[in-house]
Ligand binder design. Sequence first.
Ligand code: NAP
Length: 221
Amino acid sequence: MKIALVGGTGDIGTGFAVRWAENHEIIIGSRMADRAVEGAKAVLQILGQNGNVWGTDNGSAIAASDVTVLCVPYEHLTSVTGDLKAFYGTQVVISPVVPMNYNGKFFQYCPPAEGSAALRVKSMLPDGMRIVSAFHTICAAALQAKDRELKADTLLCGDDAAALELVAGLATEIKSLRALRIGPLAASSLVESLTPMLLNAARKNKIKDAGVRIVSERETI
Ligand SMILES: NC(=O)c1ccc[n+]([C@@H]2O[C@H](COP(=O)([O-])OP(=O)(O)OC[C@H]3O[C@@H](n4cnc5c(N)ncnc54)[C@H](OP(=O)(O)O)[C@@H]3O)[C@@H](O)[C@H]2O)c1
């Protein structure tokens, strides 16, 4: 597949590129095409020059893709998504975006009026676009460490069964990561809000590269 990473020059975009470049064509997007080209070079360096990775401006990246991942901080989600609406067609759109802030004591979830970042994305994109909310609790540093086996789960929300299947497949291409379905896109706030909780747990208990895993006390699920 052709996977566009909007804001792919940043932390989590680099992580996705590192993990998916072996099997897919990765298009790093940026507000500045030359920054995206540099980002692609940096990913290829991590991969020892093995991988299909290139860079361009965010709009061209989206237009060329089968799957678009929104790798920008929540504060810029509205401008990036609204400005680039015309570049979308039939892509599956993945949102790992978490609206949160630090109030001086702890990280807290700050959803928009729509209820979650994913629902905000849905409200801004053309009708009928398939959006899957995923990867909110996956640590970018762990993704960038390309050979590291992840112990975590990624929790998926979405309304389209085929799109959920596609994203679950991409997730399981990341070594040992398990994809669990949580509910429709309307349930995304439940998953997004785990990230500030996780950051508080990591910070207060000195846990590096923290993740979330659902366990069964009865048997492995
Ligand atoms: N980092 C993590 O561990 C992690 C984990 C799970 C989920 N997430 C989510 O993933 C998203 C990206 O996180 P990140 O840590 O990768 O972010 P980041 O590194 O801080 O930023 C990603 C990219 O956003 C672009 N950007 C910055 N300011 C912008 C603006 N004003 N307008 C448009 N684009 C702008 C930049 O790309 P250009 O300058 O090249 O345009 C930047 O490289 C966030 O929503 C976050 O909640 C992150």
